[in-house]
Design a protein around this ligand. Structure first.
Ligand code: FPP
Length: 235
């Protein structure tokens, strides 16, 4: 990155390929997730150092519940441990952490840890790290519609895009400028559907546990060369 390169304010990542990484190394899938957590540390550090405002990570989708209990349990445990272990480091780096998703359906012990972390880091003024757990883009839109229906007697209709966005779980967070997906898969997988209407997509074959700062730098470089027109013509 050069100082004149255009930097995204909000980067979101679909961290994919932990299972394939494990298979490649003759390890268990859960070992792949553990190595994935190491890559999370690296990416967070890099984003904060670089001056990115918001880093969003898709850690556990609503659909991930379809995996064997052994894996979903281990993933939840790993996320909990990570959050606990990393909080001092996040404090040191002035990082505010938010968790987004259907959090109230998580085990109370998990929810409690997440809330603790949000509270501890809530006053930090550097980068915002958003970890999506039990999240899906369709869930987000539906929960917004449900909130709207509850508010309906007092609603100003027709509702504007801005007003609707105010009901999404990501309200207050700018839409992602760049979405990175690792492992060679090229889809959105029910991540922030509404919010990614004009996001630039970057796909890399690198498996998530192998994703290092240098890979992140290449993605940012690619972004800086994109011309964003938002449906208009170039000026
Ligand atoms: C996708 O790989 C990855 C996940 C479903 C989980 C992401 C979780 C982590 C990176 C670790 C913990 C997260 C935090 C925030 C500490 P996959 O299992 O679908 O891989 P595959 O497609 O190769 O099987």
């Amino acid at each position: 990155m050069h100082s004149q390169d255009k930097l995204p304010d909000h980067v979101c990542i679909i961290m994919d390929g932990n299972g394939r990484w494990a298979l490649k190394h003759g390890l268990e899938r859960n070992d792949g997730h553990k190595m994935g957590a190491e890559a999370v540390r690296d990416a967070t550090e890099f984003a904060a150092e670089t001056g990115i405002g918001y880093l969003s990570l898709f850690a556990f989708s609503e659909e991930n519940w379809g995996r064997p209990e052994q894996e979903t349990g281990a993933l939840m445990q790993l996320i909990m441990e990570y959050v606990e272990k990393e909080t001092p480091n996040l404090m040191k780096n002035n990082i505010r952490v938010l968790f987004k998703g259907d959090l109230y359906h998580l085990r109370p012990q998990v929810l409690e840890r997440l809330e603790q972390c949000m509270q501890t880091t809530g006053g930090n003024t550097g980068m915002t790290l958003i970890i999506f757990i039990n999240y899906s883009g369709k869930w987000d839109i539906l929960q917004a519609v449900n909130k709207l229906l509850e508010a309906s007697p007092n609603l100003q209709t027709p509702i504007s895009y801005e007003a609707f966005s105010g009901y999404l779980s990501t309200t207050g967070i700018p839409d992602p400028d760049l979405m990175i997906r690792t492992s060679g898969e090229e889809r959105i997988s029910n991540f922030m559907l509404w919010q990614m209407a004009y996001t630039e997509f970057y796909f890399t074959p690198v498996l998530w546990p192998d994703f290092r700062k240098s890979d992140f730098r290449v993605a940012l470089k690619a972004y800086s060369n994109r011309k964003r027109r938002f449906g208009k013509i170039e000026e």
